[in-house]
Design a protein. Structure first.
Length: 389
């Protein structure tokens, strides 16, 4: 089955390209183009008064879509920003202890990796990083460290950005969360709308952050944080949006919203929210749940995975597939192949019009709605030609 007509603009702008980096920069459906125009129209129609409709209509709609996707009981636990790094900074500011004691992994995305290294340099944090490998024992090793009780903040990815491996013990981790510490933070950027996610059982104990750049197909500027009630009630780094609504705080101190809005920052470009809402409406109209999209992409991944193993996709057969399609658990929507020639392979594929991406020695092939079986057949053929055995 093909869903290409939903992406006619994006595909038409580069018709010769085979874009297999849906996990990196997902192509946008046509409705997002129209939504971008509506954002402009509303801004000019309302001018100085535009923030009223945005907070009364646009933001609540986006909160509702995310709450339904994640099984959150209260959409008001959600707050938006231009990027997830903003939320990391605000959360860290709320930890009273210095140096803050942080538990993480050696596989987190660069926004946390770089920032946490700098906190260490500045003496503001002590960071323990649990190695992902061997991944067969990772979850047990990570939970054992978390249970030591020595941390103020525990952060782990739902799906690891480089390898595509998934952490499936969020509920176990949530049992350790406490408003007094540790705070449990799940980086869901490569999990949100890539794999069905139900946070209903842990929504009162874990933070969850993600965004629309990838599988939500909405582009930049539409990142969000789910904040459990009672955790980090007064972040030190704060923006003026956080002082509107139902407020609480010391009699003579700075007041904060009591819902997720306590993490609001300041003025930001809301056009991403228009795109996000439009895409969510499209998916609902088409009956395309995350589970349905996953079924579509898993079928494509299985075809490619089988071809690689059979030697039909050239030298990729020599690589180690880090996250094969197997079982029914949560998974990434990309296949990650590790090999010393990964960088050279990516460049060779670009030369024949195939877009992938590479992280160090790992080349990644991402799958999305805008691909079909014919695209995967072309991908296999082009890999065979560009990466000869």
């Amino acid at each position: 089955m093909t869903f290409k007509p939903l992406f006619s603009r994006a595909l038409g702008l580069a018709p010769e390209r085979l874009h297999f980096a849906a996990h990196s920069h997902h192509l946008w459906p046509d409705v997002s183009y129209e939504a971008q125009g509506r954002a402009w129209d509303d801004a000019m129609r309302h001018a100085d008064e535009k923030w009223g409709p945005i907070f009364e209509t646009v933001i609540p709609e986006a909160q509702g879509h995310i709450a339904r996707e994640l099984g959150l009981p209260d959409p008001d636990s959600l707050v938006f920003s231009s990027n997830t790094h903003d939320f990391l900074i605000r959360l860290f500011s709320g930890i009273a202890r210095r140096p803050a004691r942080i538990l993480a992994t050696d596989g987190e995305f660069h926004s946390f990796r770089r920032q946490s290294e700098r906190w260490q340099e500045a003496g503001q944090a002590e960071v323990t990083r649990i190695a992902l490998e061997p991944f067969e024992t990772f979850a047990d090793r990570f939970l054992a460290a978390a249970r030591s009780g020595a941390f103020d903040w525990i952060l782990v990815s739902q799906v690891f950005f480089k390898t595509g491996q998934a952490f499936d013990r969020i509920e176990d981790l949530a049992t350790l969360a406490d408003p007094a510490g540790p705070w449990v933070v799940i980086d869901g950027y490569h999990g949100f709308m890539a794999t069905p996610t139900d946070l209903s059982g842990v929504a009162d104990r874990v933070f969850y952050l993600a965004g629309g750049y990838k599988y939500a197909m909405a582009g930049e500027g539409v990142c969000f944080l789910h904040a459990p009630p009672g955790f980090c009630p007064r972040p030190v780094t704060t923006g003026w949006y956080a002082e509107f609504g139902n407020l609480t705080g010391p009699p003579n101190g700075v007041k904060y919203r009591i819902d997720g809005g306590r993490f609001w920052g300041a003025t930001f470009d809301v056009s991403g929210l228009y795109r996000f809402n439009a895409v969510q409406r499209l998916l609902a109209d088409q009956g395309l749940s995350t589970a349905a999209i996953s079924d579509h992409t898993i079928g494509l991944m299985q075809t490619f995975q089988t071809a690689v193993a059979g030697g039909h996709a050239g030298a990729l057969r020599q690589a180690e597939l880090l996250n094969p399609v197997q079982g029914n658990g949560p998974r990434a929507r990309f296949l990650a192949f590790r090999h010393p020639q990964a960088q050279a392979w990516q460049q060779a594929l670009i030369g024949v019009g195939v877009v992938t991406d590479v992280r160090a020695d790992t080349i990644r092939f991402g799958f999305g709605l805008y691909q079909d079986a014919a695209d995967v057949d072309q991908l296999i053929q082009k890999c065979a030609a560009a990466l000869p055995l």
